[in-house]
Design a protein around this ligand. Structure first.
Ligand code: ZN
Length: 476
């Protein structure tokens, strides 16, 4: 988070540079434009010629959301891949229960139609596993008259959403970057736990507020189905999971999907209660689950497989949590803590723990900041130099701007992309040869994107690089 803020500051300082600088940037733009085009072609070619192993894995993950109505057992159907998340139908004696409602009303209508072809029984209840729009926006597609339907969620539902935040404008921009909403189709692989492009047909327009809420747990019988609902803080503080004992089926909401969990979202999110998240998975694993329906990615069946997946998921989350707490108590700084935490070898290669969506170091940072705030304990960081002053000193130390630029070019050539980004930011901070440095930074971001297994990071790198390119081409 600190890093991206800093990049942003650098970028903003560039776009606000004085008009003389802007004019010279404009003149140099022609050369730059040519270079960019060459680079874009080059990067596309290299990705086609031989994808990085991480990109091959990320592309493989797309099979998790190929559109399909999955018949999980006689009574449970799961719509996968019609939108960014899953919606499910449970068939009872004299009605059906819907669990989660997708994001776009247009996508939800298609699923509702398919569900009605399977069962004409009336919808008796809709359960929201949590308040995120990708699970709530299409509700009206499933419901004719909400007076006749129980719409169930936790107390405090949707309390922590983006639109309630004073920093909503920047959250919106970061959201678009994380999900690659403005990227060209050729650049989008997927969103980690959802397809790259989702329906924009009446997004959120079908939302209906809950008419039944509960605190810790509630047991209901709806349409002849015994349903147990449990509060389960994790990705959100309004999350719940659904256990249907008669069908041995568990609906996890977003506390489980096939990826290392997104313990922190780079679009900017409030603290996600990592400890409770791990414990909620442990609790799910106390039930004799035969069928598991995640909030995203395909459902699973078979008790052994389900148990194994839930077990390694909770182990991974709680291990990251405990390692972070231990490192903090040893007095490690934020970066030292990040450097010290890793998943055990027995977890690192598990298919459901690949970092397609969440990322271990992001989770560590989030836990650290949650418990102690911004000060990492090192007095050096009580009153650090301004970004510009630090850049000046570091560049002097490197032997001047030209030498630093040579180092930057070297980093690009040698594939030291992260180091290159850090050098580029120093040079941007003092406005040295911005056209050349921006061009290098764009190249570095795209090279990082071309080897990222994590879809949000890849999308963010690319989106930011296109924003830089666009801004550097505009004369004002
Ligand atoms: Zn979701």
């Amino acid at each position: 988070m600190m890093k991206s803020n800093r990049n942003q500051e650098v970028f903003k300082s560039f776009i606000k540079a004085d008009s003389l600088m802007r004019f010279s940037v404009f003149l140099l733009g022609i050369i730059f434009l040519q270079a960019c085009q060459n680079f874009t072609e080059g990067s596309t070619l290299s990705e086609k010629a031989g994808d990085h192993p991480n990109i091959i894995k990320l592309k493989g993950q797309s099979a998790e959301f190929t559109p399909e109505i999955v018949k999980l057992n006689e009574n449970v159907y799961v719509a996968v891949g019609y939108d960014g998340s899953n919606a499910s139908m449970v068939i009872g004696v004299d009605g059906v229960v819907i669990i989660d409602a997708l994001r776009a009303l247009g996508a939800a209508e298609k699923v509702a139609e398919q569900f009605r072809e399977i069962s004409r029984k009336p919808v008796k209840a809709l359960i929201y596993t949590h308040g995120h729009e990708d699970h709530t926006g299409g509700a009206s597609a499933f419901i004719e008259d909400s007076k006749d339907v129980q719409i169930i969620a936790r107390v405090g539902f949707k309390d922590e959403l983006q639109e309630h935040s004073p920093v909503e404008p920047i959250l919106k921009q970061r959201n678009a970057r994380q999900f690659g909403r403005d990227l060209l189709a050729k650049d989008v692989i997927n969103r980690g736990v959802g397809p790259g492009n989702t329906s924009s047909d009446r997004v959120g327009k079908g939302y209906i507020a809950p008419n039944t809420t509960f605190n810790d747990s509630v047991f209901l019988t709806i349409a002849g189905i015994d349903i147990e609902l449990y509060a389960a803080n994790g990705e959100t503080n309004d999350a719940l999971f659904v256990w249907i004992p008669g069908l041995e089926t568990l609906f996890t909401g977003d506390n489980y999907y096939k990826s290392f969990p997104n313990l922190y979202a780079i679009r900017g999110s409030q603290y996600r209660d990592v400890k409770s998240w791990g414990e909620s998975i442990q609790k799910m694993n106390t039930f004799p689950v035969e069928y598991l329906v995640p909030g995203h990615t395909r459902p699973l069946s078979g008790n052994a497989a389900v148990h194994h997946n839930l077990e390694n998921y909770s182990s991974a989350i709680l291990s990251v949590y405990r390692q972070t707490i231990d490192a903090m108590n040893k007095g490690y700084t934020l970066q030292q803590t990040v450097d010290s935490v890793r998943l055990a070898d027995s977890l690192i290669n598990q298919p459901n723990l690949q970092e397609f969506y969440g990322s271990v170091p992001w989770g560590v940072r989030s836990i650290f900041l949650h418990y102690v705030g911004w000060f990492d304990g090192n007095p050096t960081n009580l009153y650090p130099l301004s970004s510009r002053q630090e850049a000046k000193y570091i560049i002097e130390l490197a032997g001047g701007e030209s030498k630093m630029l040579a180092q930057l070019n070297e980093a690009v050539k040698e594939g030291k992309y992260q180091w290159g980004l850090q050098l580029a930011d120093y040079l941007l901070q003092i406005d040295f040869e911005p056209t050349i440095v921006i061009s290098a930074k764009i190249k570095l971001l795209r090279n990082l994107a071309a080897q990222q297994i994590n879809a949000p990071a890849r999308n963010y790198y690319l989106a930011y690089s296109y924003e830089m390119e666009k801004n550097s081409m505009e004369p004002n």
